[in-house]
Design a protein around this ligand. Structure first.
Ligand code: ATP
Length: 205
């Protein structure tokens, strides 16, 4: 497999390809053309061919892409062929909702520990996941080989939590707190803020 650096835009499209390819797999479809993928996903087929060409020549003229092979390759590229343990910090309303959603996460990804500072919440088990005190963060992350973290604490606590995460082995953080987190270059942070999403969506009304 080629190991050229993949742009963020491509990395963001790969899960979209994967979701539809998985649907095709369940429909027992064996091959798909970039044209068909493009029509369904509303992405230019030339763009799809270019994206997938990053990883070698998968497509065959006249036949298209082999669905199962492409699924396997995209999973490898996104490291979805490995089991990834996730931690969640902040077991409030949103944290609860995500822990309950845990069961629906893809089979290779699992929230294996939750953390909070509220003594009323620590020791609790939410949707099968134990809530630990934040002071145990480093130890539990090591013990459970956790590689990603989800932050669902209030805005004012988010940077402090991120700073603590950065003292551990965590290199990827999904932040739901409505604040921009500053991180070291070797730590990747993605922000998901429902309010700002709604505000920019509101422009299109
Ligand atoms: P609740 O009313 O149950 O606390 P909420 O969603 O309104 O829910 P928030 O104020 O958004 O609560 O806080 C979310 C969660 O983050 C709470 O459970 C809170 O105890 C926790 N929390 C706050 N500060 C920290 C922190 N520094 N580290 C870890 N968890 C924290």
């Amino acid at each position: 497999m080629k190991t050229t650096k993949i742009s963020e835009a491509v990395v963001r499209r790969l899960p979209i390809y994967l979701r539809y390819l998985t649907h095709l797999h369940h429909m027992n479809v064996k091959t798909v053309s970039s044209q068909k993928l493009g029509d369904i996903l509303d992405i230019n087929p030339a763009q799809i061919r270019k994206d997938l060409a990053h990883f070698g020549e998968f497509g065959r003229k006249g036949i298209g892409y082999e669905v199962d092979y492409l699924i396997e390759k995209i999973k490898q590229i996104l490291k979805l062929d490995q089991e990834i343990h996730v931690a969640l910090i902040g077991v409030g309303h949103l944290g609860h909702a995500i822990l309950n959603y845990n069961a629906y996460l893809k089979e290779n990804m699992k929230i294996v520990a939750a953390f909070d500072v509220d003594p009323q919440k620590t020791g609790e088990v939410v949707a099968g996941t134990t809530v630990y005190h934040l002071d145990q963060l480093g130890d539990i992350i090591e013990e459970k080989a956790i590689r990603m973290a989800i932050i669902t604490v209030p805005a004012e606590a988010a940077q402090e939590v991120a700073d603590r995460l950065m003292q551990t082995r965590i290199k990827a953080i999904l932040n739901f707190a409505p604040v921009n987190i500053k991180a070291r270059d070797d730590v990747r942070v993605h922000h998901t803020d429902v309010t700002t999403e709604l505000q920019s969506l509101s422009y299109y009304l």
